[in-house]
Write a protein that binds this ligand. Structure first.
Ligand code: SF4
Length: 222
């Protein structure tokens, strides 16, 4: 029996992507394999919890659309997820996986128990990270076995060539997918202009591209 390293479990409103506004129970997994420059979920605390403890905690909540498995990067704890997620399938709960879209080998191990995948596409110029385009390609090919959308964070340092590379990769695999541009700072004028430019650029590649800010920050909810 594996134990999960869990930072927090709580009920709130999904604030990102095309599902913004729905009610979810969030299970935040501790730890991440990346170190994005814009990360707003630096974690300092976790509790080791059994499958039963996590399940019991989730089931104290009622009336929600789905269970968001989030982080950090939850796929780092794939052995625990393999024990946890089947529990919810038997109870007809929807599983919504939020992931940085890199650990495709781990995704393969749990995809039968996932319903919706919110996949990040990390751009080196935005994250200050290495080039992850190959990993994202493999990840997306696997993720498409389930309902999937993609999210890219746009920052003041986002380079057009990185974004065009992302558009091209995604178009070659799934041209109809929902592709979300998410501004790091939604109210910053300079970023709004950049966002508009990138949105127009993306329409030439992906018809379902859209710009959606982090609504929970605008609404002031968790
Ligand atoms: S992948 Fe997400 S949690 Fe990990 S460092 Fe990047 S923004 Fe933070």
């Amino acid at each position: 029996m594996y134990k999960g390293r869990i930072s927090e479990i709580f009920k709130s409103i999904q604030g990102e992507g095309p599902y913004f506004g729905i009610s979810q129970v969030f299970v935040r997994f501790y730890g991440c394999n990346l170190n994005c420059a814009y990360c707003d979920t630096r974690q300092v605390y976790f509790k080791e919890m059994s499958v039963e403890e996590v399940k019991k905690n989730i089931y104290t909540y009622q009336d929600y659309h789905s269970i968001s498995i989030t982080g950090g990067e939850p796929l780092l704890q794939v052995d625990f997820l393999r024990e946890l997620l089947p529990q919810f399938k038997y109870d007809n709960k929807l599983i919504y996986l939020e992931t940085n879209g890199v650990l495709y080998q781990n995704l393969k191990k749990i995809i039968p128990w996932v319903d919706i995948i919110a996949m990040d596409f990390k751009l080196p110029s935005s994250c200050g990270s290495q080039d992850l385009f190959i990993q994202h390609r493999y990840f997306l090919e696997e993720a498409l076995k389930r309902e999937t959308f993609i999210k890219v964070v746009i920052t003041p340092s986002t380079k057009e060539e990185d974004l065009v590379e992302a558009f091209s990769i995604v178009r070659s695999i799934s041209p109809e997918i929902i592709f979300v541009l998410q501004p790091e700072h939604p109210l910053e004028e300079a970023l709004k202009e950049r966002l508009g430019y990138f949105l127009d650029l993306g329409k030439d590649y992906l018809p379902n591209i859209r710009a959606i800010p982090q609504m929970h920050k605008i609404l002031g909810v968790r």
